[in-house]
Design a protein around this ligand. Structure first.
Ligand code: CA
Length: 240
């Protein structure tokens, strides 16, 4: 045995242990409850490949962002849709490019709907989500879960997902679909008719992956009362 080999065999185990213990923990989202399918699983990927309505998937994923703070799920969702829909954007100073961000999306008109400082404390209600979008040159329709049947919900969202010129944001109660925990907002990206499930591109990417959810459960999660507005949650349709 050479001097080198003696040195290597003597040191390798302790070096390995030190190396492993120094490795940072990997990024880890919360486990999904039964009935939800991660897009990142083989089943979730197959659902997308077989999806009957997915025109919105590519423009949305091309502009997919993570919410900047725990109250900005609505703001991140708005930014994704405004970038995907392709209207003139303000300058993002960091990049010297015209592109919507979770900072430059705010202006005098959005402050009149709800001040940014209030959003940072309590997030957005369905009406405020629609109001901020409507302050931009897009068509906006706000539908409360309590005002539409599950059949109308399915038909409306599927029609939209088949057309890439418009988008759907959903405001739902997480715990109604088995997630943690309160009200949340994200874009919907696709529909699979065989299993009757929608794909939510969850903007809290640090918490959950994009997930397939059954239509009944998803609609029921919009037919829940938001304590801030006293009204049911729902969907916002946005078109050019
Ligand atoms: Ca669409």
């Amino acid at each position: 045995m050479t001097l080198f080999h003696r040195f290597w065999y003597g040191c390798s185990l302790s070096s390995f242990v030190m190396l492993v213990s120094a490795l940072p923990l990997q990024a880890q989202t919360l486990p999904l409850s039964e009935g939800l399918t991660s897009l990142l699983s083989p089943e979730g990927e197959a659902l997308l490949q077989g999806s009957e309505a997915q025109a919105d998937y590519f423009p949305l994923t091309s502009h997919f962002v993570t919410q900047d703070n725990q109250a900005f799920c609505g703001v991140a969702s708005i930014v994704m849709v405004l970038n995907a829909i392709g209207i003139p954007a303000p300058e993002a100073t960091t990049w010297s490019r015209q592109y919507f961000t979770q900072s430059n999306v705010f202006n005098e008109q959005t402050e009149a709907v709800i001040p940014q400082t209030v959003i940072a404390r309590q997030g957005l209600t369905l009406a405020e989500l629609g109001g901020i979008l409507a302050s931009y040159p897009v068509e906006v329709e706000v539908l409360h879960g309590g005002d539409i049947s599950v059949t109308e919900f399915r038909q409306t969202v599927v029609e939209n997902l088949a057309n890439r010129d418009n988008f759907v944001l959903i405001n739902y109660l997480r715990r109604a679909i088995g997630q943690e925990r309160g009200g949340h907002i994200s874009p919907i990206a696709a529909y699979d008719a065989d299993t009757d499930q929608f794909l939510i591109l969850d903007v809290s990417r640090y918490k959950y992956p994009p997930v397939w959810v059954g239509t009944e459960a998803l609609w029921a999660a919009t037919n829940t009362v938001d304590g801030v507005s006293g009204k049911t949650r729902g969907i916002v349709l946005v078109s050019r």
